[in-house]
Design a protein around this ligand. Structure first.
Ligand code: PLP
Length: 458
């Protein structure tokens, strides 16, 4: 048998080549996977090649083609070829990206990616950038920096004095804030009942008139959690207006732009996020719309001092990089995989134009989906398709229960296998969310998937 790397590479290449043809969902039962994979740990080990061969064989039925061109579930994205190859190198090199001293190459690549991201997204050039596991930790980091900054402004040092006894911080969030923003706030010591929720409009955007009223009642340190890219509708909060209102009150604005922030990289969409550079921290993902493998989140903070003070790592044996970048200054994590390599490869392979094209192409595919599906009397489109998300529901021919019908059709689509999309709830009604986030999706994939979706609704 081949050596394990040879074997894994062959399996991986076969899988990637087969992705466009594979049934997208999987019907495997967890019990079937457990039969092979969940054996008690043996006393004796096995050879690496045998282990890899058995893993590939046993996991195969439970692998979802979420990296493929007709997976429209959640907001997922696939993997650009250059990013995947760089990810393999990152694993083989096994660099610790915590400090410059541990991997000069990882540090320089990380610093380069940071500059590219600020440039592409039009964010302040002096901002600091941290590479984290995903937007959850990016939200956590941005909000931690905000907590530090707004308390510092009233003479309280969270790093030294903690949160107990600190002045109250007002937390303002849109009604459609992502669950991970609430989780980040929870980890930062802010509970759900302490949030001041700003109403959303019909598309899920923060209502500026309500924000004005909410902010008027916030006397003192204030964090505002805005969103670029609603996971259901794709809607973008009016960030410019939010930033202006917040600035008038000295509030910190954090933008959760897990996927939607990439709209800023498209000249066609840039106006939709006008003023985004006036926020104070931003969270986004590499592993969604940028099509980098998982474990790739990016946080940007306009105030590097607050960023480092809030999450930066230090240790007794700390080997300062002599002015070079130590990644752990900008991430809550200490030891860390070198996430910058696949990000660098993705951005280098796309170029500035390629990033804009990827974003624009996915949005055009989403509009085409809405156009085809919207022509059917069995479909009701629920959102303005401003980005890469289409939100709709199915309408039963007999005028029966639309929620039950919508859920049933979604299951049918998932079982049928041409494409995969997920159910959601929108304004208290069952709905379907379709996200086009994969670099490889073609117009033909869209036509074929739309036809399969409509066939399942008939
Ligand atoms: C996906 C998503 C998150 C969470 O990001 P992870 O990368 O899964 O941690 C947060 N906010 C929004 C808007 C998202 O789409």
């Amino acid at each position: 048998m081949a050596d394990p790397l040879e074997y894994a590479s062959r399996e991986a290449r076969r899988f990637v080549a087969d992705l466009p043809r594979r049934a997208v969902g999987t019907r495997v039962a967890a019990g079937d996977l457990r039969r092979e994979l969940a054996a008690p740990l043996a006393d004796d080990g096995a050879s690496a090649d045998a282990v890899i061969a058995s893993l590939a064989r046993a996991a195969e039925p439970g692998i979802v083609a979420s990296a493929g061109p007709r997976y429209f579930g959640f907001v997922t994205g696939g993997t650009l070829p250059a990013a995947l190859a760089a990810d393999w190198l990152a694993a083989a090199w096994d660099q610790n990206a915590g400090m410059y001293a541990q991997s000069p190459a990882a540090a320089v690549v990380e610093e380069t990616v940071a500059e590219w991201v600020l440039d592409l997204l039009g964010l302040p050039r002096q901002a600091s950038v941290g590479l984290v596991t995903g937007a959850t930790m990016a939200n956590f980091t941005g909000l931690a920096a905000g907590r530090h900054a707004v308390l510092r402004a009233v003479g309280w040092d969270v790093a030294e004095d903690g949160l107990q006894g600190a002045p109250a911080v007002h937390i303002v969030a849109g009604a459609e804030a992502h669950a991970t923003v609430l989780a980040a706030l929870r980890m930062l010591g802010f509970g759900r009942r302490q949030l001041r929720i700003v109403d959303a409009d019909g598309e899920g955007r923060m209502r500026v008139d309500h924000l004005r009223a909410v902010l008027a009642a916030c006397d003192g340190p204030t964090l505002v959690c805005a969103q670029a890219g609603n996971v259901n509708s794709g809607a973008l909060d009016p960030i410019g207006a939010i930033a202006d209102l917040a600035a008038a009150r000295g509030a910190w604005v954090h933008v959760d732009g897990a996927f939607g922030l990439w709209a800023a990289a498209s000249p066609r969409l840039r106006a939709a996020v006008a003023g985004i550079e006036r926020a104070h921290s931003w969270a986004t993902d590499g592993h969604k719309w940028l099509n980098v493998p998982y474990d790739s989140g990016i946080v940007v903070v306009a105030d590097p001092g607050a960023h480092a003070a809030a999450v930066g790592g230090t240790a007794a044996y700390f080997v300062a990089g002599g002015g070079e970048r130590d990644g752990m200054t900008w991430s809550p994590e200490f030891s860390r995989r070198a996430r910058a390599f696949p990000l660098w490869a993705a951005l280098r392979s796309l170029g500035r134009r390629g990033v804009a094209d990827l974003v624009d192409r996915c949005c055009a595919h989403a509009r085409r989906f809405a156009e085809i599906l919207g022509q059917s009397p069995r479909v009701e489109i629920l959102n303005e398709v401003v980005l890469n998300q289409v939100l709709f529901r199915f309408v039963p021919a007999d005028g029966g229960d639309g929620d039950a019908f919508t859920r049933a059709v979604v299951r049918r689509i998932q079982d049928e296998g041409t494409c995969w999309l997920g159910g959601t709830t929108w304004r208290d009604r069952a709905a379907v969310r379709l996200s086009v986030s994969n670099w490889a999706t073609t117009s033909e994939d869209v036509e074929r998937s739309a036809a399969a979706i409509l066939a399942c609704a008939r």
